[in-house]
Design a protein around this ligand. Structure first.
Ligand code: SAH
Length: 674
């Protein structure tokens, strides 16, 4: 079997599929998997264990043998819990081969080989009978197949099949039930991830406003869930319009139907406002009585108990198709529609309620195409008026009435800004501007194929970019701008202005409040030795270049700086990409007490001598070193293989680094020594 791995190529700005060899064995998938995060989720583990104990006891009390089906066993954890709780036999199903192999190993190490049979299959392929994978149907069904949206990983069809073919009628299920909760809110911040707001341009001849076209205003957007760490959203960034209400629940001990359906609830706004967003999360009851409950409720909805941090389950943000003014106390109906894998919402006023036929709405399909071009953080970035202002200020300084301007960035508003700021001619790669076709020319060619005729035989006097490219995963992938600039060199006027003129890579050592868990070894989990999994992840991290930085939106993951931020490399866009690589070495002092979990890296773009845009650190907000990050961008995180504890401040520990930008591949390799 061939394995293909997708990778952004920053030198061409495109996504490429690389074929991996026989020895690949899914190292990237394992290295970046969520297994460690799940095993660090103490709250989840404890509650599963309690629920499994209770289920095994109930079956035993009935005088039956406890036969467990564990679908998606991963490390084998839940089966080992069941065996320890007294189950007679467990069938542990795991579709992902490297994980199934690890489960066999872990089960053996923990001494459960005679009680647990690991089956490397998708559950729908599992057979029952004397010659089958399972001797008989199970009477306890244990699974953990949920994602942030509950059903996105296919829990419903898996349960539907299991009830039909793999478990007995009246089986015990752990979890017993899941419940989805919703809350209606107004939030300019979150709404800015879904709609383009008017852009104000202060031009020479007065203020111009770029208004989004009406088809964009009325577009229902895309169905994919927006999952975030809602606990990082301060209450000042949204207004609650309704109480938290139960939207729907699924009883996993009964036959489950996965076919599309809808659920409706009545709401009475607690406040008047603009209904824009449905916030949603779920909880699972591990037992029928509901006493063992594991919840994803955010801080304001569950203020009493301590919050368990986890990244494998977060909360959902759903955008209503349109914003709707609502009045306190008025009667509203909220409809959740779902298919097998996803959920979407619709809000109706009471008077529309009579028209029940229209309740069920199809999954949202983007009509304006902006939602296909811009993802949620990108919408947020384009709506960041402060950021836009920096570009306007810098563009205004360099644009003249006879400027011939070329813009290189994906889905950018810069050509429109440049036009309003007076450029005579604006050229742009890949963009459909809003009725400015005669003013902004879209060049349907790659930069290296640019011909003088594209530019009407003129030379480019101003070359601009944000830079932003949709294929970029890590901050430096936007250096594709530099490659494109190099490709169009022969079309540039001798006195061309390149904006940004340069970029720099910055680095800082941090201590994460929680994010460290996702890459930290587990050792034992609820008394079970899972070190085989730790070793497997370590192997995968060491496999070729898997040990590399990974992108994370750090506004969702609090950390404190342990060192000063440091500029480590600069990239001069006024020149072409050099043949040789760029490298740097140095050391950085740890200035605060703490645990050094890793280095964070980000890019800054220098638009003018006094104007820079940071895609990373915005500021260090207090003496404790708490960091504020650009909320629209992902930063690069390089996790250290071992954590160092800095204790004394009088004799600061130094971390040495070597960072290398390979101009042939556009990738940055790094190494740190503690
Ligand atoms: N049960 C483990 C792991 C949960 S992660 C724990 O709680 O720690 C979910 C696992 O289920 C993944 O390893 C995934 O590969 C597997 N999986 C998902 N759907 C499956 C299915 N229908 N059949 C078999 N494995 C499945």
């Amino acid at each position: 079997m061939k394995t293909f791995c997708g990778r952004a190529n920053p030198t061409t700005g495109s996504l490429e599929w690389l074929e991996e060899g026989e020895d690949y064995d899914y190292h990237q998938e394992i290295a970046r998997s969520r297994y460690a995060d799940m095993l660090h989720d103490k709250d989840r583990n404890v509650k599963y264990y309690q629920g499994i104990h209770a289920a095994v006891s109930r079956v035993k009390e009935r005088g039956e043998k406890a036969i467990v089906l564990d679908i998606g066993t991963g490390t084998g954890l839940l089966s080992m819990m069941a065996a320890s709780a007294g189950a007679d036999f467990c069938y542990a199903i795991e579709v992902f081969k490297p994980m199934a192999n690890a489960a066999v190993n872990i089960v053996e190490k923990n001494g459960f080989s005679d009680k647990i049979k690991v089956i490397n299959k998708h559950s729908t392929e599992v057979t029952v009978g004397p010659d089958g994978d399972m001797q008989c149907r199970a009477n306890i069904l244990v699974t953990e197949l949920f994602d942030t949206e509950l059903i996105g990983e296919g829990a419903l069809p898996t349960y539907e099949h299991a009830h039909k073919y793999l478990v007995q009628e009246g089986c015990e299920a752990v979890p017993h039930r899941a419940t989805v909760y919703v809350q209606l809110v107004e939030s300019k911040r979150m709404w800015s991830w879904n709609k383009l707001f008017p852009v104000h341009v202060e031009a020479e001849d007065g203020e111009k406003i770029i208004v989004p076209p009406s088809e964009m205003e009325n577009c229902p957007g895309i169905p994919s869930v927006c999952d975030i760490q809602l606990n990082q959203m301060p209450t000042s960034d949204f207004t609650v319009l309704s109480d938290v209400v139960t939207m729907f629940s699924v009883d996993f001990s009964k036959p489950v139907q996965s076919a599309s359906t809808y659920y409706r609830v009545q709401l009475e706004p607690v406040k008047s406002g603009k209904a824009q967003i449905v916030l949603s999360w779920w909880d699972i009851d591990m037992d029928p009585s509901g006493q063992i409950n594991c919840t994803m409720a955010p801080y304001w909805a569950k203020p009493t108990s301590t919050l368990q941090w986890r990244d494998h389950w977060m909360q959902c943000v759903y955008f209503l198709p349109n914003e709707e003014p609502v009045l306190q106390g008025e009667k509203l109906f909220l409809t959740a529609c779902r298919d097998e894998y996803s959920v979407w919402y619709k809000l109706q006023k009471a008077r529309e309620e009579e028209n029940k036929a229209d309740v069920r709405v199809g999954s949202p399909v983007c009509r304006c195409r902006a939602h296909l071009l811009w993802n949620r953080p990108r919408f947020g970035e384009l709506n960041d008026q402060n950021r836009t202002h920096q570009y306007i200020k810098s563009l205004r300084k360099v644009l003249k009435t006879d400027s011939v301007c070329l813009c290189i960035s994906d889905g950018s508003l810069l050509p429109v800004l440049a036009h309003y700021l007076g450029a005579k001619q604006v050229q742009y790669f890949f963009f459909e501007a809003n009725h400015l076709e005669d003013k902004i020319k879209i060049i349907e060619a790659r930069p290296e194929l640019l011909k003088p005729s594209h530019l009407e035989d003129k030379k480019i006097s101003v070359l601009v970019g944000e830079p932003f490219f949709t294929t970029s995963l890590l901050p430096w992938h936007n250096l594709y701008f530099w490659y494109a600039r190099t490709a169009v060199s022969s079309h540039l006027a001798s006195n061309v202005t390149v904006l940004p003129q340069s970029a720099s890579l910055h680095m800082m050592i941090v201590e994460f409040q929680d994010l460290w868990r996702i890459r930290s070894p587990c050792g034992t989990c609820e008394g079970f030795d899972v070190r085989t999994m730790d070793d497997m992840i370590k192997d995968s991290l060491n496999f070729r270049e898997s040990k590399e930085a990974e992108p994370h939106p750090l506004w969702e993951y609090p950390c404190k700086s342990l060192s000063d931020p440091q500029e480590v490399l600069t990239f001069d866009f006024t020149k072409t990409v050099p043949q040789h690589g760029l490298s740097t070495e140095g050391s950085v002092n740890l200035l605060r007490k703490g645990r050094s979990h890793g280095a964070v890296l980000w890019m800054e773009y220098h638009l003018a001598a006094d104007t820079s845009i940071s895609t990373g650190l915005m500021q260090i907000s207090n003496e404790k070193g708490n960091c504020e990050w650009n909320p629209h961008c992902k930063q690069a995180v390089y996790f250290f293989s071992s954590v160092i504890e800095s204790e004394t401040l009088s004799d600061p520990t130094a971390v040495t680094y070597a960072i290398n930008f390979d101009t042939k591949t556009g990738e940055i390799a790094m190494d740190f020594k503690l």
